[in-house]
Design a protein. Sequence first.
Length: 542
Amino acid sequence: MLETLIENEQYNIGYLCTTRQCELGRAEHTAMRWVAADGERKDFTYRDLDGLSNRFANVLKNLGFSPGDVFFTFLPKTPEQFSTFLGSLKAQVITGTLFSNFGEEAILDRVGDAKAKGIITKKSYLKKINRVRDRMPALQYVILVDGEEHQSPDVLSYTQLMDAASPEFSTPPTPPDTPSILHYTSGSTGKSKGVLHAHRSVLMQHQTARDILQLTPEEIYWCTADQGWVTGTSYGIIGPWSVGVTQVHYGGQYDAQAWFHLLEQEGVTIWYTAPTALRMLMREDPALYRRFDLSRLKYIFSVGEPLNPEVIHWARKVLHHDIYDTWWQTETGAIMIANRPGLEIRPGSMGLPVAGVEPAIVSDSGEMLPGKEQGNLCLKPGWPSMFVTYWNNEEVYRQKFRNGFYFSGDTAYRDEDGYYWFMGRSDDVINTAGHLVSPFEVESALLEVDEVAESGVIGAPDDLLFEKVVAFISLRPPFEYSRELELKIRLHVSNKVSSFATPQEMIFVDSIPKNKSGKIMRRVLKARYLGTDAGDLSTLDI
Ligand code: WT7
């Protein structure tokens, strides 16, 4: 099937997910069944998706975008999210996606850092962009998806632009290494980093969509991930549409009843979701599931955080299904290690490597570790969906590679049969409900609050979210703790960064432990929180 997907070295993702599918005989096949939050449904065939993305490619071209320019989508789940993303890729514009709950600082750190030339959003998000617009001089165009008419020469109406654009677009030949997607991800130090991918990633997203997720044009598939996240692009757009599947996309929020209703009503056969969502479903009254007929559902897959064995046991008992855990990262672009139908599941393990992927457990000094020793989870570079670089940050990119290995930042071990078991992360990055949150980003936002003198942010274990964001805060005298202040701080982080970065818990302290060079000792805060030993404190300055 791979041979038939790519012809004449045309690797363009936008083209392969639409025009190519029409050529392969799927023009009238449903590509997307859109279900709005209010239940309204609308089907889009591959021909529809091809036409809409062609128009949008022309919109960008008419506005003067050239290959290599950067464009972002900043939208909730809406049909336009998909057609604009694919259209932008057709025009060889580097395309980024943003979570719709991002605040102004988060926008600036991404859109500003990428020097994006354009962004598509909706009217109600415009003020967030406007608050930082003067700090993003490269941003020439804001397109409003719900704008009836152009507001000014640089705030434009999507409808008007689309009406004026031709539905014919001939996608330029796109060699495999052409830059494609830019996804920002959090590190433990510094601002979030732009992970740049190339069009060649489609090879691996296609392969894993078929071989791991079991997608074929006959399946009805639902990936619950937001498009702001790499799961929402690699497996909510590229992998599945390169295979010709029918995707269900739902515009509503998590709601147990609505989700089960959707699975039943749309006859979803393959479902890709996340552990936090599954744990939330697990908390519901089992009577809820009995009301729904999920007999068409064949497989459930999960990604983003550790999948506890209890969730697998629950799903077997209540849903009569296994859950296949998969492991990968923004940087890997596609699934690297996975459970899959036909392979015995060891509950708690991430499974076996995908064909062509070579993981290794490696010591800090770069030696491969034998047996079941725990160490850095690394990959041999060279898989097709490997990221190209960190945007404007070649130095940090290089630091990720040592001794011929890519260091993922996770720790794990491999059992005697080659199954990989996740242990944790080797850095301070917090994984809350599958979202990577940088403690640095939260600390920076906290410092902007007048009353806050210092802060240190850690991830602490949480039954539902895997980890929760906990902030230690010391106040500037004479300020004192009050409920109003706590609320003010919470709102500030939510507005500036995002709702998932907002501390779940705040602990007010007299001072924050720092080492001699002034670095916040998060390890000490974590030990204090957990009531464990913090280890060597010789460099501590308190
Ligand atoms: C980090 C990557 C996976 C694509 C979307 C998130 C954690 C991911 C698992 C898993 C335990 C997992 C890791 C990884 N993670 N999958 N199955 N079990 N942890 O991409 O935002 O780049 O996050 O998520 O720590 O490094 P991301």
